[in-house]
Design a protein around this ligand. Structure first.
Ligand SMILES: [Ca+2]
Ligand SMILES: [Ca+2]
Length: 332
């Protein structure tokens, strides 16, 4: 991507490529979708190598993965088509930690009682699941997946990721994009309650098309698809830059990890980065293994990053390597 291109110009181009890929371009189903029709498959890592990535195929435009630590299952949101089409064909899959698809269409927009268009970010609070879906957040029972109402956000165009802070308050980002992926001007971080109270915590173009959101004990962290930056906001609601923006970096997901660090995904770099609690940054996945990495999840029990690959219709499960043990002082 030319350095002369501004993020604002680069973003619609990137998303149009994505939309074309999601649609199969010329109308023919992509090879991976044809494979999905033939049934899901898991390709476990090499036997005896616990650090090898587990690759699970058979999804349809997977956008987000969440570890439900109570059920010990990975939930995958599948847009199935383009991100803003209200086509009611989105679905949520259940995947076991060993990489088997337990149920591909566990919550299915095609079912008469379920509305689900282009599901993206996921969250669990108590016995309720929350799913961001274009302009509403849809609720489902955590255990059965039965629909349990929705919360809609006035004027929202591209609700993307959901997170919960330490006090249990829920947040959802609006990436501020029209169906043709031009900026819609609705960039926002919304705060909402389970009973449907909504308010804008932050809004405006300076949010840079906010995408992934996550909370540690005190602060919210946001990664942006447009400006390619990471910023945090604390209890005072002031924004502080964590990673300065870069044209074309196109960040999607962010999670906090057990060691006090975090991980985030970049479409522009085809990479998933891990930042340790001490601040050291490394690539966990890169190149083809991280083609269009969307909203990553985290399995805190196993210290794994869960990576939906939006265009190749895969999920990659990857262990974070243990930190090197410091050499004992004095040597000898
Ligand atoms: Ca859809
Ligand atoms: Ca996202």
């Amino acid at each position: 991507m030319s350095p002369a291109q501004s993020p604002r110009r680069a973003l619609p181009l990137l998303l149009l490529v994505v939309a074309a890929a999601a649609c199969g371009g010329n109308g023919a189903p992509p090879a991976d979708q044809a494979q999905a029709a033939a049934g899901p498959q898991a390709k476990p890592g090499a036997p005896g190598d616990p650090m090898a990535a587990i690759e699970v195929t058979g999804f349809m435009t997977p956008e987000s993965v969440l570890h439900d630590s109570v059920a010990d299952v990975y939930l995958v949101s599948n847009i199935n088509g383009t991100p803003t089409d209200k086509d009611d064909n989105g679905f949520i899959s259940r995947v076991t930690p060993t990489g088997e698809i337990e149920q591909l269409k566990w919550i299915d927009g095609a079912a008469p009682a379920v509305t689900l268009h282009g599901p993206k970010g996921l969250a669990v609070k108590g016995d309720t699941r929350y799913v961001a879906d274009i302009d509403c957040v849809r609720r489902f029972l955590r255990t059965s997946g039965a629909p349990a109402g929705e919360i809609c956000f006035r004027g929202a165009t591209f609700l993307n990721d959901i997170a919960m802070d330490v006090s249990g308050t829920l947040y959802v980002t609006d990436s501020g994009l029209n169906p043709d992926f031009s900026p819609s001007g609705t960039d926002a971080i919304w705060r909402f309650s389970p009973d449907g109270q909504t308010s804008k915590l932050q809004q405006g173009d300076s949010l840079g098309h906010p995408n992934g959101i996550a909370f540690n004990d005190q602060d919210g962290y946001v990664v942006t698809f447009g400006s390619g930056e990471i910023y945090q906001f604390g209890p005072d609601n002031k924004r502080r830059v964590v990673l300065p923006g870069a044209s074309g970096r196109a960040l999607d997901g962010i999670v906090f990890t057990n060691d006090g660090g975090y991980a985030f995904s970049s479409w522009g770099d085809s990479a998933v980065y891990v930042v340790t609690g001490q601040g050291a940054t490394s690539k966990l996945l890169e190149h083809a293994e991280a083609d269009s990495p969307a909203d990553i999840g985290y399995d805190a029990k196993r210290n794994r990053i869960l990576v939906p690959l939006f265009t190749p219709n895969k999920v990659v499960i990857k262990q974070i390597p243990a930190a090197p043990v410091a050499a004992p002082a004095g040597g000898g």
